[in-house]
Design a protein around this ligand. Structure first.
Ligand code: ARG
Ligand code: ZN
Length: 876
């Protein structure tokens, strides 16, 4: 069944109150839900009340406390329909359902894993707990009573503020929670079990003290310290930057080891994948710390963007996700180096969202139809959604954006809102018309902006000709021109910037050029010498630029732009054509041509001690194999791409090994580990140098030494990666892998790194390696993190290994998907999206890929999650 945005209508009944009582039991949990409704004014007086369910078993149904007449309702596992309800006065429905948390391997609704009861209700998991109007525009106030065994569940948590608790018969106890803020069912949460806690407090800007609690497995409390610190910084930042204060007496986070996603923003009770909470220098890399900081912030920020203002329907998902990602990006930028953070964001956007937008799964930031909403928690909704929000800020400026956000909170607090509501706030607050801009929400596909330039010395005029094209995407063949805000600068040879006396042909406000038509020619007057254009600075618009700039011009930007991000981008633009050409040559069996300008520019930047180390590390990372594949666009051979890239990389590595050796020696961090951005930058640069040195050395000795002497997980895992990826068959590698395994065998999160490093060893042997690792006693196919670390990483991040020419990688994935799907459809569907670019492969591989997809499509009793993905991928 397909759901359409155009079919949205309000419910016939208004839900006033929800009282839930859980009697927790591993296999027979009793859920009693008392729901008070009244018919909406103006609604059809004969309309029945239809509640959603999913695999539910009802054991009793009361109407105003009396047993309900059987003739008045129909109950199936999927719905409960009740007829002959009052025309206007409130009435009470009490439904009792029995659920089995232990058997809930989908990890949606209420489940029990590792002895802990926990819930995940977004998007449609609440209907697996009780019959309910399970949609985000039904907001109500909840009271929750939890009864459970005292010994195994000393901790009983739910949303809101704690009301009280007491003993409850033999060996049991109960706790009651009340959440005064009306909320949709997807924000409901319950956690019960035996966990350790880290406690702190935060005093809000109005002087209220909020209790902060992070619950983790006993013994792991010290590893929650960084998450707590990140939480307090997030709370402070949201007050300072967005004026948003926390609104309950307590804020809780629970870390669980079996979780389908990163984390969930349930009101007052966030539930996290423990991977995004637990850290200490011994087990966590700098990247892990950065992820924890970002995700703690993200979920906390949802309290206003998502919870206080929620979504009218799931088509509006980007209303909360795109906006909240934008907020967490800005937070991290303020906590760390803004330019380096932006580079990481753009790398991620290009490697994840651009391929999605260019393939069979492309969809608008705000889709208009879906079959399975779980499949729309995508990088397009999240990351492109964030970029769209960022463009609003770029167009309106900092103050204009702030005015719009203030109006949004003022106007929509307590509402279930839409994208139109959101955009209208920026329009009204600034007196502007954003209707053309709104196409960003509706048109899928990454715009291509083609640019050419000309300079007329005699007239002192510089001209830019721009043309935008939005490629066709599934269901959208014709597109309208969009409003594309391009930040730019005109660099002069001495490194300064030209200041034109006049501009014609486009609106230019400050340093932003507004491209709004299909074709525009922009003329800058009063330019005394030929400038070099630095275009799309800060990646102000998520577009592909097609601009044949001379290598010397790009090198000039890379070395002299005042904007660090632009320097990185120029380096990237300089590297990509060389890598693409290398891949083509490798494919044709011709010798690969390398580039002196590229190598020298890279090395000059790497060696420039006036630049921050984290930036230099980013500069040294050549565009990835998947970046090259995307640039090539079609008929891709991952082996040739790798061969070509390796040749360019070896050329850079051998150009001046002394520079890399100096970086490696000079950026060792001394003393106690601190996870701050500066320490992380030194480690990143040092490890980038090590990766080049492994190539010029041609032996594993240096990496083996780095492995042996590492005193933190960042350096340890970086050295192990170099060993495994560069010298997979060396005895040093075998020894290091075994040492790592033995040391961390009891820490599943670290063992996930061990799995991932090995599953990404390039080449034909990868599949056999992955299969062997699946037999390891450390692997557990019931745990989503383990499956993602091994199977997911192989499919997403090992282009040559996964895309083996004989198709064995695809057949393996198909088998895995069919095996995982009956137990955990969301996990299966997510991993399957690793094949989203299959159509861009050369013929032999794409034939194999199609066959594997067809084998999945032919599977029996496929979930809607997997069948939706596989069908969209196979559709022409
Ligand atoms: N709202 C959560 C977050 O972004 C993610 C929920 C994902 N849900 C899903 N069905 N995939 O913070
Ligand atoms: Zn989110």
């Amino acid at each position: 069944r397909i759901i359409h945005l155009a079919d949205y209508r309000q419910t016939d009944f208004v839900l006033e109150r929800v009282d839930l009582t859980f009697e927790l039991d591993p296999t027979e949990t009793k859920v009693e839900a008392r729901l008070i409704f009244h018919r909406r004014e103006g609604a059809d007086p004969s309309a029945p009340l239809v509640l959603d369910g999913d695999e539910l078993v009802m054991t009793s149904l009361l109407f105003d406390q009396m047993e309900m007449d059987k003739a008045r309702y129909d109950a199936t596992p999927e719905s409960l329909t009740i007829r002959d309800l009052p025309a206007s006065e409130p009435f009470e429905i009490t439904v009792t359902t029995m659920i089995n948390p232990e058997a809930n391997t989908q990890l949606m609704g209420l489940y029990r894993a590792n002895g802990v009861y926990c819930t995940q209700c977004e998007a449609e998991g609440f209907r697996r707990i009780t019959y309910f109007p399970d949609r985000p525009d039904v907001l109500a106030v909840y009271t929750v009573n939890i009864i459970a065994d005292k010994a195994s569940c000393p901790l009983l948590l739910s949303n809101g503020n704690f009301l009280g608790g007491a003993g409850y018969g033999e060996g049991k106890h109960f706790a009651a929670w009340f959440d005064p803020h009306p909320k949709p069912s997807y924000l409901f949460a319950l956690v019960a079990g035996d966990l350790g806690v880290v406690e702190d407090t935060f005093t809000t800007m109005s002087g209220r003290e909020v209790a902060l609690k992070i619950y983790v497995e006993h013994g792991k409390e010290p590893r929650a310290a960084y998450a707590m610190d990140a939480l307090k910084r997030s709370m402070k930042w949201d007050e300072e930057v967005f004026g948003r204060e926390y609104d309950l007496d307590i804020f809780m986070i629970v870390a669980v080891s079996d979780f389908n996603m990163g984390a969930m923003e349930n009101k007052g009770l966030n539930v996290f994948n423990d991977k995004y909470v637990l850290a200490d220098p011994e087990i966590a890399t700098d990247q892990d710390y950065a992820n924890i900081e970002a995700i703690i912030a993200h979920e906390y920020f949802h309290n206003w963007t998502g919870n206080r203002v929620t979504c009218r329907d799931w088509f509006q998902l980007c209303l909360k996700e795109g906006l909240t990602v934008y907020r967490d990006h800005e937070f991290s930028a303020d906590q760390r180096s803004r330019a380096v953070k932006r580079i990481a964001e753009v790398r991620h956007l290009k490697s994840e969202q651009f391929p999605e937008d260019a393939g069979p799964l492309a969809h608008p930031v705000r889709p208009t139809k879906y079959r399975e909403i779980n499949n729309f928690y995508t990088t397009t909704v999240y990351e492109k959604g964030s970029e769209v929000t960022r463009m609003i800020a770029t167009i309106l400026g900092k103050d204009g954006f702030k005015k719009g956000m203030d109006l949004y909170f003022e106007r929509h607090d307590g509402d279930a809102a839409t994208i139109e509501d959101f955009v209208k706030c920026f329009e009204d607050a600034n007196g502007v018309d954003l209707s053309q801009f709104s196409l960003w929400y509706n048109q899928a596909g990454t715009p291509l902006v083609s640019v050419s330039s000309a300079y007329d010395q005699g007239k002192g005029e510089f001209t830019l000709s721009l043309e935008q094209m939005i490629p066709p995407t599934p269901g959208q063949s014709v597109k309208e021109p969009m409003h594309i805000p391009l930040r730019f600068g005109l660099l002069l040879t001495d490194g300064s910037e030209a200041n034109p006396t006049a501009v014609s042909g486009a609106d230019v406000t400050g340093d932003v050029l507004h491209l709004t038509e299909r074709r525009q020619t922009v003329t800058f007057s009063g330019i005394a010498s030929r400038p070099v254009v630095s275009l799309n600075r800060g990646f102000s618009a998520p577009v592909n630029l097609h601009f044949e700039q001379a290598a010397a011009d790009l090198a000039h930007i890379a070395r002299h732009d005042g904007d660090l991000f632009a320097r990185w981008q120029a380096l990237n633009d300089l590297a990509l054509p060389t890598l693409v050409d290398a891949a083509r040559k490798a494919r044709a069996g011709e010798p690969v041509e390398t580039s002196d300008v590229l190598a020298d520019t890279l090395i000059a930047i790497a060696a420039d001690e006036s630049l921050e180390p984290a930036f230099r590390a980013q500069a040294l990372a050549l565009p990835s194999e998947s970046d090259i594949a995307r640039e090539l666009g079609s008929n891709n051979d991952p082996d040739a791409i790798r061969t070509g890239r390796e040749a360019v990389l070896a050329f850079v590595a051998n150009r001046d090994p002394a520079v890399f050796a100096a970086l490696f020696a000079g950026h060792r961090t001394e003393g106690a580990f601190t996870p701050d951005a500066s320490g992380a930058g030194h480690r990143a640069l040092r490890n980038a140098a090590l990766a080049y040195l492994a190539v010029s050395d041609g032996t594993p000795a240096r990496a083996a030494e780095a492995f042996a002497s590492a005193d933190n997980m960042t350096d340890l895992s970086a050295a192990l990666t170099v060993l495994a990826h560069r010298f997979p068959d060396a005895p040093e590698t075998a020894k290091a892998l075994e040492a790592f395994r033995a040391r961390f065998a009891d820490n599943a999160l670290v063992i996930d790194k061990w799995f991932s490093i090995q599953s990404t060893i390039p080449g034909d042997g990868a599949l056999e390696r992955v299969k062997a690792l699946m037999e390891s006693p450390l692997f557990n196919k019931a745990n989503p993190n383990r499956v993602r670390a091994l199977v997911g990483t192989f499919a997403f991040s090992n282009p040559t290994g996964f895309n083996r020419a004989d198709g064995a990688g695809y057949r393996f994935l198909a088998d895995q998907i069919l095996e995982i799907d009956p137990k955990n459809p969301q996990l299966a569907a997510r991993i399957l999206t690793s094949m989203r670019s299959w159509r861009a492969l050369e013929e032999v591989r794409s034939d194999h890929a199609r066959n594997a997809l067809r084998a999945i499509a032919a599977g029996e009793k496929l979930s809607s999650d997997v069948s939706d993905i596989v069908e969209r991928m196979l559709k022409a």
